[in-house]
Design a protein around this ligand. Structure first.
Ligand code: ATP
Length: 445
């Protein structure tokens, strides 16, 4: 069974993710992505970006700055109680908790003391200072969500890209929140990455075309298409008293993590809250004029807001598989169990490993390096000559490499190689000159 300990340990052992500033003992639930983690996260982000912008003609993308005028955050309601969590501190042990997460509201879950302290509202925005003088005039904030950067570019993109409602703007980028209780590895951290899309619609059309439901389905399809099983995903609709200050309606996509169901993406009907407020506070008219109907209105917004780090964790947990008794292709696999990371091929950080059968035969090494040299300009590949063949297969399986190519003695005579499939463990002999086309087809390109 997959546990968080196993995921965290694999991530460290195999170069996916480790605590930030580790030589200083780590830092405040911050994490660094190593090479394989960065590749995996990039593949996820690229797939999302393509799905949202390249495969559609009604959405464009932006890359807005993290620092914005503090007026943005005043207008959006982030500096007031709207973006604050209820914090309680135990008067006995001084541990802090989110009040809304406590089962027993009056007793400390850690030391059992009763009563707990008084509830305080704790604003989640991360303050910083622009320029050399640290006074109130220099205060600004690291963005708490990426969508505000989209609203700031609504007019710019609408006009410059000649977008007509309904249209969307997508963005991937870092966001920061002073979370009271970061938890579960990269699930909830203070610095994280979001993949957000804001869809601007005419209010009646939104209802008539059921655009909220449309986006719910589209987003669910994305996770399913990348290999997450249906039974591990569900929708959860927010009750009225849970809704954020801007939301008319909200549905979460939840994943069944080892600790239980939890949110990986939110789909929100934000009504006209954002553009109305920014119109009011900036003095700019952000309404939309429809040339055909001669109708002028403030567009409503349907938002799809996914966490890139939560997506990484979701795909890792989903892909983690342990084969009891080891995989049977080699005589030496007598381990209790062996790990195979069955990531979707498009997400796999490294697509192909190339191995010479043995490393002390010059001709084999030379040929293997030639094949590596050929393939690395097409895909992220790795060359591996250390250890027995079985061990090298296992190493590939653990980091989700879909194809392993072995150069053996017949390769020297016939100019061909064996290609082993991670999931079926079947091997095929392929001519070197046909390898690129073969892999292209297998990788679904
Ligand atoms: P939660 O209830 O888990 O704190 P939220 O409802 O505040 O999340 P949203 O503001 O809707 O989250 O953010 C949209 C998405 O951004 C979330 O579904 C999640 O994937 C991601 N996200 C939000 N906060 C964090 C965080 N602290 N760490 C990692 N990802 C986050």
């Amino acid at each position: 069974m997959v546990t968080m300990e196993k995921i965290v340990s694999l991530c460290k052992r195999r170069g996916f993710i480790a605590p930030s500033s580790e030589i200083y003992g780590g830092f405040e639930s911050c994490y660094d992505y190593g090479f394989l983690g960065a590749l995996l996260k990039n593949n996820i982000k690229q797939n999302w970006w393509k799905t949202m912008t390249q495969y559609r003609d009604d959405i464009v993308g932006v890359d807005a700055s993290i620092l914005m005028s503090p007026k943005v955050w005043q207008a959006s309601g982030h500096l007031t109680a709207g973006f604050a969590d209820p914090l309680v501190e135990c008067i006995n042990c001084h541990k802090r908790f989110r009040k809304d997460h406590l089962k027993d509201k009056d007793r400390c879950p850690d030391c059992g003391h009763e009563p707990l302290g008084k509830e305080r509202k704790f604003n989640l925005m991360m303050k910083t200072f622009i320029g050399p003088v640290e006074d109130e005039a220099a205060v600004t904030y690291l963005r708490g969500e990426t969508c505000q950067g989209i609203y700031m570019n609504y007019q710019f993109m609408r006009d410059a890209m000649r977008m007509k409602v309904p249209f969307g703007i997508a963005q991937i980028g870092k966001a920061f929140r002073n979370e009271i209780t970061p938890r579960y590895f990269i699930f909830k951290t203070r610095e994280f990455e979001q993949m957000e899309m804001q869809y601007f619609v005419e209010p009646d059309e939104k209802e008539k075309k059921k655009l909220f439901d449309y986006w719910k389905k589209e987003r669910m399809k994305w996770y399913l298409g990348l290999g997450v099983k249906k039974e591990n995903l569900r929708f959860r609709e927010h009750q009225k008293d849970e809704l954020a200050h801007y939301a008319k309606k909200a549905v979460d996509i939840e994943y069944k993590f080892p600790w239980g169901w939890d949110e990986i993406e939110g789909i929100h009907d934000r009504g006209d809250w954002d553009l109305s407020n920014h119109s009011k506070h900036s003095g700019q008219d952000l309404s939309y004029f429809d040339e055909q109907t001669k109708n002028k209105f403030i567009p409503h917004i349907i938002e799809t807001s996914a966490g890139a780090d939560r997506a990484v964790l979701t795909f890792l947990v989903e892909a983690y598989d342990e084969v009891k008794g080891g995989r049977t292709e080699t005589t030496e696999s007598k381990k209790e169990s062996e790990v195979v990371l069955r990531l979707n091929k498009e997400l796999a950080p490294i697509k192909v490993t190339i191995l010479p059968l043995v490393k002390n035969k010059k001709d084999l090494v030379k040929k293997a390096k030639e094949v590596y040299g050929l393939l690395k300009f097409h895909w992220m590949c790795q060359y591996d000559e250390v250890g027995s063949i079985g061990r090298r297969y296992r190493r590939g399986d653990e980091i989700a490499v879909p194809f392993v190519i072995t150069i053996d003695f017949d390769s020297l005579k016939n100019d061909d190689v064996t290609v082993r499939d991670r999931d079926t463990m079947k091997q095929e002999r392929i001519k070197i000159k046909e390898l690129v086309d073969y892999l292209r087809e297998k990788l679904g390109e």
